[in-house]
Every structure is written in C-alpha cells, then in structure tokens.
Ligand binder design. Structure first.
Ligand code: CIR
Length: 275
C-alpha cells in the first residue's frame, strides 16, 4: 500500500509522519479562504516533495499513501485522523466530499498503532483534525464550519480518559477554515496566532512558562508551523515576522514554498499526521 521511506527514528511524538501524494485532480480542491484553487499541479507535486524531504531531513520516518484521484483534497490528511498519545480518533470530516478519504488512513494507522484505542465518531458529530491544537497537556479545539458540538464532545471523552484538558475556541468562520489555519505550536511552550483572527485571551490561562505570540494579520498563513523537539520548525515562505520571531526564540526555521498547497486552502500541518 504505502511507500515507506526509513530514516533515523526519533524518540518524541513526531517520529513518524503519514502523508498522501498529490492527485492530478488537486486543481479541484475546495478553496474558499487562502486560495482560489491550485493552478499548477506539477509545481504542487514539487512543493509537496520538498516538504517530504524536509521531514526526512528532520529525521522522521515518512509513509506516503497513494493519491486518490476521486478526492482532490486527499493530501490534507491532518483532517482525517487525530493521534493522541498513540490513540486514534477517526472523526467524521465536516465536509461531505472529504468523508471517503478516510478508510486507507484509518487502515494504515490501525495497523501501525496496533494495541492502542481507535475511536470513531457517530450520529451528527463532525470534526476536521485541522481544528485540534496541542500545547503540552492542554488541547484546543476550534468550533468551526467543520467541527460541531457533538464532535467536540467525542474528543472531550477521549481526552478525559487520557487526562488532558480541552478548551474550545470559536473560529471566525467568515474568514478562517480551521484553528490550525490561524495558529500553531512551534514548541510545547509557544502558541503563534494571528491578530484579527484570535486573541491571547481565546487560549485562556496558560502555564507560566508558556506564551501566545501574536503575528500581524497579513501573516496569518505563516502562523501554521510544525515544530520538532530539536528546535527545527517548518514554516511557509513569505512571512517575515513569523520567520524572525522563530529565530529570536532560538528555533531553527526550515522554509518551505507552499504557494500551490495554499491555493487549496491547506497549510503546512494539513499535509501530515504525526504519530
Ligand atoms: C478543505 O477545504 O477541506 C481543503 N481544501 C483544505 C483542508 C486544509 N486542512 C487543514 O487545514 N487541516
């Protein structure tokens, strides 16, 4: 099934990544926020390949599932499964066109994380994994166009079993898709968030050694980053304040050209599931 590329195995929670190849149908990806639809599929594939390489360079083991031409959005695997401490929550994605992307991802993760709990979502519950943000033991969930109350309650049940806290953040749905479209945690102590979309108060009281750093509204896309334990941080090209902020925090940014992925409303985190 998946193409597996072995690299050095890490010991933190991001030692492996699951991704999915870019389909030729990617030009038909849903796009209502950051983008108006990808226009250059060969370039999208090149940008995706550079992203894969950056994960390998960071020492991860990366598995890339084959693209599914019937699902233009299939590269955005983050939305399809939420892995928490080795447990997997398989949400019902909030957009009907994306529901059938899930089975190969569910199969793969169930096999990889054999022995851990896999939970599903039932009834009216809906959630996209892109609405989940983790800062240490605190989880934030976006109440968005894709994630509803029932979905949030399912996540809350899982987190309470695992001893983690959940806080709900209302997403400004007129201008943002997901919580991770407008914020991220480049380290376990830092939340990056965009002015005009979120405020520090939205995240509630944080441990003394944690902080919310606000970025200018026009750099909202750059607020989505992926941090690794050794200080490497993937960040999109073209967001100077974000880049400078990461450097000032002593982190090591790895800059990726995400232009064509952005045209499909996808950010850096959307293309991977870490486990
Ligand atoms: C969608 O609208 O579902 C895709 N075009 C973009 C999904 C981006 N995923 C994410 O933010 N986690």
């Amino acid at each position: 099934m998946g193409r597996s590329i072995m690299a050095t195995v890490r010991t933190d929670q991001k030692q492996r990544a699951l991704m999915r190849a870019v389909p030729n149908s990617f030009s038909r990806a849903l796009a209502s926020y950051f983008g108006s639809g990808p226009t250059d599929i060969p370039l999208a594939k090149k940008q995706h390949a550079a992203y894969v390489q950056s994960l390998l360079d960071c020492g991860l083991e990366v598995t890339i599932l084959p693209a599914d031409e019937r699902h233009p959005d299939c590269i955005f695997v983050e939305d399809q499964a939420i892995v928490i401490d080795g447990h997997v929550l398989l949400p019902v994605p909030g957009h009907p066109s994306r529901v059938a992307e899930q089975p190969p991802i569910a199969d793969f993760l169930s096999r990889q994380l054999n022995g851990f709990q896999v939970c599903g979502m039932f009834g009216e519950a809906r959630m996209d994994g892109g609405d989940i943000l983790r800062l240490g033991d605190i989880f934030f969930v976006g109440r968005s166009q894709r994630t509803n109350e029932q979905g949030i309650e399912t996540l809350r049940d899982l987190l309470s079993h695992l001893g983690h806290e959940l806080r709900i953040i209302d997403i400004p749905t007129d201008k943002a898709l997901h919580l991770t479209s407008i914020s991220s945690t480049p380290t376990d102590k830092i939340i990056l968030a965009a002015e005009g979309y979120l405020t520090p108060e939205d995240f509630g009281e944080l441990p003394d050694d944690c902080e919310v750093i606000m970025m200018p509204e026009e750099e909202v896309y750059g607020c989505n980053t992926i941090g690794f334990e050794n200080g490497n941080v993937l960040v999109a090209k073209g967001y100077p304040t974000v880049l400078e902020t990461l450097k000032q925090k002593g982190l090591k940014p790895i800059v990726l050209d995400m232009d064509q992925i952005r045209e499909g409303d996808g950010s850096i985190t959307c293309c991977s599931i870490f486990f």
